[in-house]
Design a binder for this molecule. Structure first.
Ligand code: ATP
Length: 353
């Protein structure tokens, strides 16, 4: 059931187009991330949904109502920005209660809702503290409680976890997802962190240069990126440029004279192609036992994984293998790299980078 809809939404700043013809339908209760490199138009898109920036073109509707030109406060959406400005002179409980006071919610109900919101973000014990007495992650949770307490139809989050260290950030990602599942609030989050977008979202919207280039569930986005940029931006990959060859019923990518068997019936012979092979889809075998010979140039132990760089006739390949408790090939050794052709993604055209 379409809940929030963007139809042909664009934003121009003078002659510069920050967001170009974005159309998107979000269902009630969905968690959607806007993902892309710096300057691709994520924040501008979110601000247009919030009502802080007016679209140059297009239409935004919420639950069937056209809100394109509606004032931000009339939309009643919950917004958490990167700098989650809490009021420093108010306690945690007062900060959370603020939006309810503005809406003239009676005191008894207000107290109860604040209590519930703080319980949800696991900060009940901190109700009487001031923001300066909290850690970054705790402050972040207060900001989320403050947005959620007004029971907004949509929660908008702009890089909400960007100020946190890696460990806290990971904890907060799970926390945010847990809270969102429990409350069921339709949530849109801006992030430039692909791992965050993949782990937290129902669907990810990839933006490049103001355009939406792929909208998919995280697993599909990772396994079937629609272009070479996305295949390297979302997760790590080996990108190889070559030419498509056909011989009867068999086909292969010709990478500088080395033929790698693959199937892509829709691609015509002679077309430039980019191959994408994820590091974890490659197996390290004995020399002579793979599709491609190579020499281990470096090997790093990451605890749960081994990470290799392997010099091959078609360039340096990155390979990661799980740590199965047996020490794998050492630096300098000859190995064979192997993979299932199904795990090789073939993209027509050459990679931009
Ligand atoms: P980041 O991850 O760096 O925050 P973003 O994807 O959120 O980037 P936006 O903030 O949406 O990007 O900006 C998109 C483009 O529009 C950028 O090139 C930015 O410089 C430009 N832009 C944003 N706001 C304005 C403005 N008020 N006036 C002129 N240009 C703007």
């Amino acid at each position: 059931m379409a809940f929030l809809t963007l139809e042909g939404v664009s934003k121009e700043f003078g002659t510069f187009t920050a967001v170009r013809d974005v159309s998107l339908t979000i269902d009630k209760g969905e968690f959607v991330s806007l993902l892309g490199p710096s300057g691709c138009g994520k924040t501008t898109t979110l601000q247009m949904i919030a009502g802080l920036v007016e679209p140059t073109e297009g239409r935004i509707s919420l639950d069937g109502r056209d809100i394109t030109r509606e004032k931000p406060n009339r939309r009643g959406l919950g917004v958490v920005f990167q700098s989650y400005a809490l009021f420093p002179h108010m306690t945690v409980a007062q900060n959370v209660a603020f939006g309810l006071e503005m809406r003239r919610v009676p005191q008894a109900e207000r107290d109860e809702r604040v209590r519930d919101a703080l319980m949800l973000v696991q900060l009940s014990a901190f109700a009487g503290r001031y923001p300066r007495q909290l850690s970054g992650g705790q402050r972040q949770r207060v900001a989320i409680a403050r947005a959620l307490v007004i029971a907004p139809p949509v929660l908008l989050l702009d890089e909400p976890l960007s100020n946190l260290d890696a460990k806290l950030r990971e904890e907060m990602q799970f926390e945010l997802r847990r809270i969102q599942r429990k409350v069921g609030t339709t949530t849109i989050m801006v992030t430039h962190d692909q791992a965050e977008a993949l782990s937290i979202s129902d669907r990810v919207v990839v933006m490049e240069g103001g355009r939406m280039t792929q909208v998919d569930a995280p697993y599909r986005l990772y396994e079937q990126p629609s272009n070479a940029f996305i295949s390297s931006f979302v997760g790590k990959t080996n990108l190889l440029a070559g030419t498509w060859r056909r011989n009867g019923t068999s086909s292969a990518a010709d990478i500088g004279g080395v033929l790698l068997e693959a199937s892509a019936p829709e691609i015509a012979a002679g077309t430039p192609v980019t191959l994408s092979i994820r590091p974890e889809k490659i197996l390290v075998r004995d020399a002579g036992a793979g599709r491609l010979e190579g020499r281990v140039a470096s090997r790093f132990f990451l605890g749960s994984q081994w990470l290799f760089t392997v010099e091959t006739p078609i360039g340096t390949m990155t390979v990661s293998t799980p740590n199965l408790g047996v020490e794998p090939a050492t630096e300098g050794s000859q190995v064979g790299l192997d993979w299932s052709p199904d795990n090789m993604r073939i993209i027509a055209g050459t990679a931009a980078a």
